[in-house]
Design a protein around this ligand. Structure first.
Ligand code: F0G
Length: 475
């Protein structure tokens, strides 16, 4: 990447310029357009920059999108330096992240905040953190067999405090809300973002408002938002309608918007990739596969990889694979046509978390796929259920949308893109208990499901237990 090649020159040059001119100066030094520079000069305050027109805003401004052109914003940080003021090499950064592993915040190792230099360097001690992250990277023989990839690794984000990867974005988003003195925070959600917002807003003591599609979010997620105390609005419409409504409401009523169009959410979610790379000793895998709906996570993964490469943390790019549900796959359709057209669809899928027809982070998603030579797939609900059943039966468990990543790996093996010996990480985004309704339906009520594990009602009597045991041993 150009950003790596020019490091030395840029850094020296930037030391001589003042803050206001730093972004422009990068332009001059790199010969790049300002809107493509990845880092600011050392010690510069982070900024929010429009990904489309390059307009730059102070890091504390609460504009949900670019005030000039309406496109999405992204956060830019200073290139990290050491105590002596020298730009840090990839190896020095790796060592610093390893040290932060147990040190930040004091007594609360967080898988997000140990990367604070490239997430939110100015956060200081005023962070709202459970902590979160530090999720496991699992190897399971059953899932290697299921997908056909011998060394398949599973990054299980369901191990976060509210049971999904959303906690990583929300710790940063709510920390920012506190920094700027927001009076209330809000989001539209298919359920996981709202659960995370509700939890972190409660911790910060800020009122939370969530907009969810009535009848279309999984029981565990609805229960969480109610329990954590967010005001929960059941909107008569789909997720896309909820998102339009929360955007209009936040504009008119001055509520801080915490959907993944918020660039600070993206900063937090980058740490899924940073943490998995750290767990792999910074040896990039061949593929990273994730489920995709609104494309916030696809955008975050792309930004993390782009920055990790530019900083020298990794020396090659993994290919990013975003997997949509076939009934909610406008991005996959567009990918097949070289992203020539932006589509919207009326979404329907059993994977309610990704039941999204008009993904908000579209352009960011396209950039992530293009820059990583990535792929976008769609999997049918049957493929998703098949993968979920395999994940659950391996004792790992996940919510339906999460299984799209494992279904995607299996599909890529079948089509010859991924080979048995490739290094593949599939991300499971949410916990098995998020959607108990689907599991009860599958195992208790559906008569056509061969692997159903029906509960057996018995008299309180050992002979009844003995009969069950005999039938288990016979099968
Ligand atoms: N997996 C799960 C479990 C999710 O909850 C989501 C998104 C995704 C994958 C897709 O991520 O939208 O960034 O492409 N859930 C959002 C929510 C929409 O409101 O909880 P994405």
């Amino acid at each position: 990447m150009e950003e790596c090649v020019n490091d030395e020159h840029r850094v020296n040059d930037e030391h001589r310029v003042n803050d206001e001119h730093r972004v422009n100066d990068e332009h001059r030094v790199n010969g790049n357009d300002a809107s493509t520079a990845l880092f600011l000069a050392p010690n510069a305050a982070s900024v929010q920059r429009c990904a489309s027109c390059g307009h730059t805003l102070d890091e504390r401004e609460d504009a949900p999108v670019c005030p000039l052109c309406g496109s999405l914003l992204e956060v830019l940080h200073a290139r990290p330096v050491d105590a002596a003021g020298n730009v840090m090499s990839g190896a020095a950064l790796q060592a610093s992240f390893a040290h932060h592993c147990c040190a930040r915040p004091a007594g609360h190792p967080s898988g997000v905040w140990r990367f604070e230099q490239i997430v939110m360097p100015a956060a200081g001690s005023a962070i709202t953190s459970h902590p979160e992250g530090n999720t496991p990277l699992l190897a399971r023989a059953a899932l290697a067999r299921f997908t056909g990839v011998d060394g398949l690794l599973i990054k299980h984000e369901g191990h976060n405090p509210t049971g999904s990867f959303k906690d990583r974005g929300m710790t940063v988003g709510v920390t920012q809300a506190v920094r700027i003195g927001a009076s209330a925070v809000a989001c539209a959600s298919t359920g996981n973002t709202s659960a995370a917002l509700a939890s972190y807003a409660a911790q910060a003591g800020i009122p939370g408002l969530v907009f969810v599609p009535v009848g279309k979010i999984a029981m565990g997620k609805l229960a969480q938002t109610l329990a954590y105390g967010a005001r929960t609005l059941l909107v008569r419409g789909d997720f896309d309608a909820c998102l339009r409504l929360v955007q209009a409401s936040s504009r008119e009523l001055g509520i801080y918007l915490l959907n993944s169009i918020n660039p600070w959410r993206v900063e937090g979610q980058k740490t899924i990739v940073l943490e998995l790379l750290q767990q792999l000793g910074w040896q990039a895998p061949d593929f990273i596969v994730l489920p995709a709906g609104n494309l916030g996570n696809t955008a975050a993964f792309g930004k993390a990889l782009r920055e990790a490469h530019a900083l020298g943390l990794i020396d090659r790019m993994p290919r990013l694979v975003s997997v949509q549900a076939a009934g909610a796959a406008p991005f996959a359709k567009s990918f097949r046509e070289g992203f020539a057209t932006r589509y919207t669809v009326s979404a329907e899928t059993i994977a309610t978390a990704i039941r999204i027809g008009d993904p908000a982070s579209w352009d960011r998603g396209v950039r992530a796929i293009r820059e990583t030579n990535g792929l976008v797939l769609s999997c049918t609900d049957d493929e998703i259920i098949e993968a979920k059943v395999a994940i659950d039966a391996a004792g790992v468990g996940c919510e339906p949308a999460s299984a799209a990543s494992v279904a995607g790996v299996k599909q890529l093996v079948a089509s010859g893109v991924v080979h048995r010996g490739d290094r593949v990480v599939a991300v499971l985004t949410g916990h098995v208990l998020k959607d108990p309704g689907m599991l009860v339906e599958l195992h208790q009520e559906r008569t056509d499901f061969a692997q159903a594990n029906r509960p057996i009602e018995i008299e309180p009597d050992v002979s009844a237990v003995s009969r069950v045991l005999r039938s288990m041993q016979a099968s």
